[in-house]
Structure formats: structure tokens, C-alpha cells
Design a binder for this molecule. Structure first.
Ligand code: MLT
Ligand code: MN
Ligand code: ZN
Length: 303
């Protein structure tokens, strides 16, 4: 299977339009070695023609223009996007659907909780009813496998995760199973598997089991420290409080990933405050030394 990283940044992207933090300032002024990143999304295919999008970022139009394999091939209107799977209802993962309104009905796979948010707090599904329309396909959260029409040779196993519903959601402070999911994507013919989870607040036993069985992990790389946004005077919110396990420290993501032998390990959904965005930072060196990669826009993984 081919996994194409459309966007590797967290909400706001990098640099963020109104942000003058250490990273955003230095990237704009060409004072650091690193690359800009659009907001979080990947595309998956086994034939390089029919793609399943995971999440639809506000930056989707730029992302699609940068990716010829997904662009129109036949007839006057066409796309390689055959379906969309949402891992949550966050603004940075869903807003891009508005930009797809000129197309055919969108086949959207998501949990009932995400559908709930997207028909109430942020009623995208209702709004799109007057444009392309949305066909909602409920996804199980018990790890049962399922396939998606036109996305050949792939099977998906989705499981509920502990992270957070978006700030606008009625579930923000009242967590429900299915507010966030992680997905194992398996190529049926080869048995190769990837675990994708850009929002992960806690490593529950089923998450650990998923990470141990796959060939590649693409997982929450939002923050380096729990208090990253506090110490940079950006927000009083701590990483764990908003559903993101930080990389450093005791029981952090690095420790978790180091306890797993088999897979390739890639961080994705990197917030603009995170020092790992600087290719020459000591934090980036720690990742390198531990065999952990940092996703960038356009990264392609062949499994
Ligand atoms: C998050 O995952 O917490 C988001 O990136 C928040 C946002 O969309 O701004
Ligand atoms: Mn996000
Ligand atoms: Zn910034």
C-alpha cells in the first residue's frame, strides 16, 4: 500500500497565520532549518488511482494540487478521492469537506459521535446536503474489520481512543466512546499494516496491542512537553488536557515507542510550537537517536 502524507501539521499548520512563536518567527525569517507544514491528513491507496482520504484539512485544495496521483484523470469532472474517513470531528480534520462541495456525493466513514458533532455543533453534513451531499457510513469502534468500496485490497480496523472531542463539541468535557478513533489499515494481499492515530491522549492496552502488531506507526506528534503552550505564553492548556500525549518525559510517546520493536515509527500532526520542527534542535536529535521519524508534507510510505 501507498500512504501519502498530505499534511503533517496540527491545527493552525506551520507557520500559523497569527503566530510569532519561536518556531513560526524563525521559519518565516529563514532563521531555522525546517519546512512549512499544512494541516493533518493522509491518503491511502493500493493502485495509485483510487484513494481513501483520512481527514479533510482546511488546506485540502493546496494539498490536492501538490499531489498529481489524486487529480482528475478522465472526463470533465473527476477525482481520485473515493471515500473519506474521519478520525474525529476537529476543525483541522473536517473543514476541508466544504472545499469538496463541487463534486459527487461524499462517502464519509466516521463514528456516530463524530456524525453527531457534524450535524449539530458544526453542521457540515447538513450544509453539504444542499451541495454535493454526504453519505454517512458508520464505523465500528470495537476493532471489527471492514472494507470500503473502490478501495481495493485494504481492510480497516477502527478502535475508540482516549483523546478529546473539539472545543465546540457537546462532548468536549463529557467524553464518549467514538469521539476519537485510531485505525489499523491492513493490505489484505500482503498482510502489511499501519496504525494511524494523529490524536492520542493515552496509551490504553488495546492501543499498545495495535502498535505492537503493525509494520508502521503514524502517531500523535503534537507536543514535545505537556506545558509547551503554557511556557510559550500561548495558552494555559496542557497537552494531555486537550487529548495529546507529549513526546518527552516519563510515560511520554518516546518511552512508549521505545518499548515496541517491530514497526517503523513516524510522528504526525506536529504543532507549530514543537521544537522537533527545527531539524537541528536537540529534541530532533533525540528522536533521530531513538529511530523516530517526523512526518513532512509529501512524505510517501510504501508498505
Ligand atoms: C487538536 O488536535 O487539538 C487541534 O489541532 C486543535 C485545532 O484544531 O485547533
Ligand atoms: Mn488537530
Ligand atoms: Zn507558532
Amino acid at each position: 500500500m501507498k500512504i501519502h502524507v498530505l499534511g503533517s501539521g496540527a491545527g493552525g499548520g506551520f507557520p500559523q497565520w497569527n503566530c510569532n512563536c519561536h518556531n513560526c518567527h524563525r521559519l518565516r525569517h529563514k532563521e531555522m532549518q525546517g519546512v512549512a507544514r499544512t494541516q493533518s491528513s493522509i491518503a491511502v491507496s493500493t493502485d495509485n488511482r483510487n484513494w481513501l482520504l483520512f481527514n479533510t484539512s482546511p488546506d485540502i485544495l493546496t494539498q490536492l494540487e501538490a499531489f498529481p496521483a489524486i487529480q482528475p484523470k478522465e472526463g470533465v469532472r473527476d477525482t481520485g478521492i473515493k471515500a473519506i474517513m474521519l478520525i474525529d470531528s476537529q476543525i483541522d480534520h473536517t473543514t476541508g469537506m466544504l472545499m469538496l462541495r463541487e463534486g459527487k456525493p461524499l462517502d464519509v466513514y466516521c463514528t456516530e459521535m463524530v456524525k453527531d458533532d457534524l450535524t449539530t455543533g458544526f453542521p457540515l453534513f447538513k450544509m453539504l446536503g444542499d451541495y454535493c451531499t454526504v453519505n454517512h457510513h458508520p464505523v465500528p469502534i470495537d476493532g471489527c474489520g471492514f472494507t470500503v468500496p473502490l478501495i481495493d485490497d485494504l481492510r480497516f480496523y477502527t478502535q475508540a481512543l482516549k483523546s478529546k472531542a473539539p472545543p465546540y463539541s457537546p462532548h468536549r468535557h463529557d467524553p464518549h466512546e467514538g469521539d476519537n478513533i485510531g485505525v489499523i489499515i491492513e493490505q489484505i494481499s500482503t498482510g502489511k499494516k499501519v496504525f494511524y492515530s494523529p490524536g492520542l491522549g493515552e496509551i490504553e492496552p488495546h492501543v499498545m496491542a495495535a502498535m505492537q502488531e503493525v509494520d508502521c506507526i503514524m502517531v500523535d506528534g503534537t507536543f514535545w512537553t505537556d506545558d509547551e503552550m503554557c511556557t510559550q505564553n500561548i495558552s494555559p492548556k496542557r497537552a494531555r488536557e486537550i487529548g495529546h500525549l507529549p513526546q518527552s518525559g516519563e510515560n511520554g510517546m518516546i518511552e512508549v515507542l521505545n518499548s515496541i520493536e517491530k514497526p517503523r515509527k513516524i510522528l504526525i500532526h506536529i504543532n507549530n510550537t514543537n521544537p522537533i520542527l527545527d531539524d537541528n534542535s536537540k529534541e530532533r536529535k533525540i528522536l533521530n537517536d531513538n529511530g523516530i521519524e517526523v512526518a513532512y508534507d509529501g512524505l510517501e510510505i510504501d508498505l
